[in-house]
Design a protein around this ligand. Structure first.
Ligand code: 13P
Length: 338
């Protein structure tokens, strides 16, 4: 394992003051997204949607890594340049989602488990030759009345660690993503408790599998009350809980923690990121790996129409700039109205 090369990639993804665009939507996700504006769910339209994001002029000022999906890493810009090559030409590191999605965990009603370890090493060899230098695996944990169970959290932690090692052996930095979802009526304390246990088990497994901690990134959820919870505690309490949880459970050897946006909404996730960053300094970089908060406002302008592409790109860049400001703790609500 080339640990020095892994460390360099991980550092490049978090030490620039920029962040990651997690444009790795699976076909299920793009299908759901396209339905909103009745856009036919064709490879050509998915290519046009990705082209809008990736070829946004100036994107490289705010984004230093883009996570793609198996289909997109095989696609080109509308001008015929492979997306991965195009990103590299802009100084952006190409990444690839390598899990094969989540499914019901048999015997554990309400719980989900991620699939995709079979044949992973072989798949990674090909992605490396296509230019990918980092990978992502998402563990999806739902909160319900009587779950997550210990068994489910353990199973996810084990899968994350095995994936991380396989990725490092293939020369690619694993973005280890334990994601406790926001859906539900639970209070913020419950999210903190579940995220804490999940991170604890995940690091135990990462140690067991001898994963090189200086060559990974942790992608995780913010500590928030459930989306349907009536008691939303506000930025200060959320930022304090998030900073406490991460400090307690993420070793200083890890170069960076990047947040997912998790369907929070563009403005609120930007404000929350800003509030968390202002709880620093931290032993690791704190950054973002957003999809929905970055892409949704631009998508709502584009609506699948080529004539709206330029306006969509302007909005995409504006959002990237605001989120990158939050990543430095320099965001304010006034900036939204400028
Ligand atoms: P969101 O920012 O939309 O949550 O997407 C990030 C991601 O990659 C989730 O796996």
């Amino acid at each position: 394992m080339d640990t020095k090369a892994l460390e360099k990639i991980a550092q490049s993804l978090v030490s620039t003051g920029k962040g990651i665009l997690a444009a790795d939507e699976s076909l299920n996700s793009t299908e759901g997204r396209f339905k909103k504006y009745n856009i036919p769910h064709t490879p050509e339209n998915r290519q046009a949607y990705r082209d809008l994001m990736f070829t946004t002029p100036g994107l490289e000022e705010y984004i230093d890594g883009v996570i793609m999906f198996d289909e997109s890493i095989r696609q080109t810009t509308l001008d015929g340049i492979p997306f991965a090559d195009y990103l590299v030409s802009k100084g952006i590191i190409p990444g690839i989602k390598v899990d094969r999605g989540y499914h019901d965990m048999e015997g554990f009603p309400g719980e989900k488990i991620t699939e995709g370890l079979d044949g992973l090493a072989k798949r990674l060899e090909e992605y490396y030759t296509m230019g990918a230098r980092f990978t992502k695996w998402r563990a999806v944990i739902a909160i319900g009345e009587d779950y997550p169970t210990y068994t489910c959290l353990q199973a996810h932690a084990h899968l994350l660690a095995r994936y991380a090692l396989i990725s490092q052996l293939a020369g690619m930095v694993p973005v280890v993503e334990p994601d406790v979802m926001m859906a539900g009526t639970h209070p913020i304390e419950r999210c903190e408790e579940v995220t804490s246990r999940l991170l604890e088990y995940t690091f135990i497994e990462l140690f067991k599998f001898r994963v090189h901690l200086e060559g990974i990134l942790i992608k995780t959820n913010m500590i928030l009350a459930g989306k349907e919870c009536k008691d939303q505690p506000g930025l200060e309490v959320e930022a304090e809980a998030t900073s406490r949880t991460l400090r307690r459970h993420i070793p200083a050897a890890v170069p960076g923690v990047v947040f997912l946006s998790g369907g929070q909404g563009a403005e609120i996730s930007t404000a929350r990121l800003n509030a968390i960053v202002n709880k620093g300094p931290f032993p690791w970089e704190v950054s973002f790996s957003f999809l929905r908060s970055l892409a949704d406002p631009a998508y709502d302008i584009w609506q699948g129409k080529p004539e709206n592409k330029e306006k969509g790109q302007q909005e995409f860049l504006r959002r990237a700039k605001l989120i990158a400001a939050a990543r430095k703790g320099e965001y304010s609500e006034e900036m939204e109205r400028e």
